[in-house]
Design a protein around this ligand. Structure first.
Ligand SMILES: [Zn+2]
Length: 263
């Protein structure tokens, strides 16, 4: 376990940008945003977003608009009416149809400079591990802990930066993990908590949480700003409160215990 180390974002390729791309991203390159180098890093990067519903949809959309070179989305099942209070990648035209390919087709219309791959199911252990090895960041947006902890495990084992996004009612939360250095999701949830399949959630908080997850991913990939590694960010929209908690690694964590950092 000790030979596992956190992957550096410097491992990302930094391809050149065309004049058309520089024009596209003109409003996000400059002081306080991205450098040209950061934008090139985004172009060279691959991001995985699992479940592209209320949170993952806006997260994937934000990554595509920002110019992350390859965005892989994974989501099984078909769109139902009750999804439309929060799932922004589909419209009423997608009702009864498989989500992943339709959502990917929509994302491709937003930015021809990026590649969008669609996976029409939730990855199992083996596929999650393979995907983690291909990716520079993982955004986990499933509603259930089985999938969230599986993706956390794949991220930690491959040393891939990991962002877990969760929502309930009018509340959203994020955990940002740098494997081997900061607490992982299983440090926070050693056992899988009980899960209710149909919980209440409002689209506005889903979108806000997904957008914040994308913002963390963009900072991690580009080198801009300060990624919130080792923290849990919570937005309690019901009461109008935001909180940031420092998380401690559990030395006995069954997922990351014993793992060492490159730093
Ligand atoms: Zn851990």
């Amino acid at each position: 376990m000790e030979d596992r180390v956190s992957r550096e974002h410097s491992a990302i390729d930094v391809p050149d940008l065309t004049n058309e791309e520089l024009q596209r991203y003109d409003r996000q390159i400059g002081p306080g945003v991205l450098s040209v180098e950061g934008q090139r890093r985004l172009k060279g990067a691959t991001a995985l977003v699992t479940r592209v519903g209320g949170m993952g949809g806006p997260a994937a959309q934000s990554l595509v608009m920002a110019g992350v070179g390859r965005v892989i989305i994974a989501h099984g099942g078909e769109m139902i009416s009750a999804d439309l209070n929060r799932q922004v990648l589909g419209s009423e035209e997608v009702l009864g149809k498989p989500r992943a390919e339709h959502f990917a087709a929509y994302l491709r219309t937003m930015n021809r400079f990026v590649t969008v791959e669609a996976i029409d199911h939730e990855p199992d252990d083996r596929e999650a591990a393979e995907l983690a090895n291909r990716c520079d960041v993982i955004l986990a947006c499933p509603p259930n802990f089985t999938e969230r902890l599986r993706l956390n495990r794949a991220a930690v084992e491959s040393g891939t930066p990991f962002i877990d996004a969760a929502q309930w009612g009018m509340t959203g939360s994020l955990i940002v993990v740098r494997p081997g250095e900061t607490a992982c999701l299983q440090c926070v949830y050693p056992e899988e908590p009980p899960f209710e399949e149909f919980f209440p959630v409002l689209g506005a908080i889903s979108m806000a949480t997904g957008a914040l997850a994308a913002l963390e991913a963009i900072k991690i990939l580009s080198g801009a700003g300060t990624p919130q590694y080792g923290k849990m960010l919570m937005v309690d929209g019901f009461h109008g409160r935001t909180t940031s908690l420092e998380l401690r690694r559990d030395p006995n964590c069954p997922c990351c215990g014993g793992m060492v950092s490159t730093k």
